[in-house]
Ligand binder design. Structure first.
Ligand code: SAM
Length: 290
């Protein structure tokens, strides 16, 4: 069998070219053999934060000239990178963590390199998006990636409103200081019954994955302040037929509960909808508590 190092070296690594290299999202061991090979091969490494990347490279025993390419200078810095490419260099680009271009700089650099006629070679690896989705479940098989929501409540609500009828699961990134507010806003915009995965600190010491309904999310986060620390991916169920059905059940149960006990409401709702009486009882109990 061919040794892995040979497989990593066996691919074509043209020069000049821009290499877009994914790096770990927490555990530094989550780097690929090919990423290490290309970072070692590159003449120069462009990085979102050169200090951060310098430290990461040191862990892998790699030392290269670094160039800063971040959100605020990406267009201008891309021109410098194009000059390095014109000089025949292999330039690797890495963002702070994960895959460049996914809620991270990199896209403008990719366009500038391609427009100037240079190959762009992606090196796959960690991304918080794919990591969270891989542990979500079949309700998130088709999804849309939305990234960060606007920080201001009004703009966030405006963005969420048209998404309430979106048929696919939606994936959001969020920072710790806004996580509670954002999950509450999602519950308000989409209703409480949909499933949600809160994926926190993926691949790190305090990794936590919590699946609940949107309504239960804020209470879970509030129950322990540690649960609001770190980095977050939120996966929210889309407006599926089941979710639509659940919303309809809630409306029906809500009306019945105005006149009947929990068990009677569940029994009547079960005979109207043909849905399991037990499931409706549990839901009616939760609605009554709310
Ligand atoms: N390009 C990166 C990727 O491929 O995932 C994302 C960069 S974006 C600036 C940073 C956001 O990604 C964080 O605020 C968080 O929402 C998410 N994220 C990154 N690392 C994470 C981790 N280890 N666990 C959970 N979310 C993470």
């Amino acid at each position: 069998m061919t040794p892995l190092s040979e497989l990593a070296q066996g691919q074509q690594y043209p020069a000049p070219a821009l290499y877009v290299v994914a790096t770990p999202i927490g555990n530094v061991a989550d780097i690929t053999l090919r990423a290490l090979h290309v970072l070692g091969l590159a003449d120069r490494i462009a990085a979102e934060d050169t200090r951060n990347t310098g430290q990461l490279l040191a862990r892998y025993g790699i030392s290269k000239p670094l160039v800063a390419v971040h959100q605020h200078n990406e267009r201008a810095a891309a021109q410098r990178i194009v000059e390095y490419l014109q000089a025949g260099e292999r330039v690797a680009y890495v963002s702070d963590a994960g895959t460049p271009g996914i809620s991270d700089p990199g896209a403008k650099l990719v366009e500038a390199a391609r427009e100037a006629g240079f190959p762009v070679v992606p090196l796959p690896g960690a991304s918080a998006l794919a990591t969270a989705l891989s542990a979500a479940g079949d309700w998130a098989e088709t999804f849309s990636f939305l990234g960060f929501l606007p920080p201001k409540a009004k703009q966030r609500a405006t963005m969420l409103q048209p998404l309430a009828g979106h048929p696919y699961a939606m994936v959001f990134y969020e920072a710790p200081h806004r996580i509670l507010e954002t999950v509450s806003a999602l519950a308000e915009a989409f209703g409480g019954t949909r499933r949600m995965l809160i994926a926190r600190e993926l691949t790190k010491l305090h990794e936590a994955l919590h699946v609940s309904t949107l309504a239960d999310g804020p209470a879970w986060l509030a129950a322990d302040p540690n649960r609001q620390r770190g980095e977050f991916v939120l996966v929210v169920e889309g407006m599926t037929a089941q979710a639509t059905g659940e919303a309809d059940h809630d409306t029906l149960l809500g009306l019945l509960l105005e006149e009947l006990s929990v068990s009677s409401a569940a029994r009547v709702a079960a005979s109207i909808t043909g849905t399991s009486r037990n499931a409706l009882y549990t839901r009616a109990l939760a609605l009554k508590k709310d």
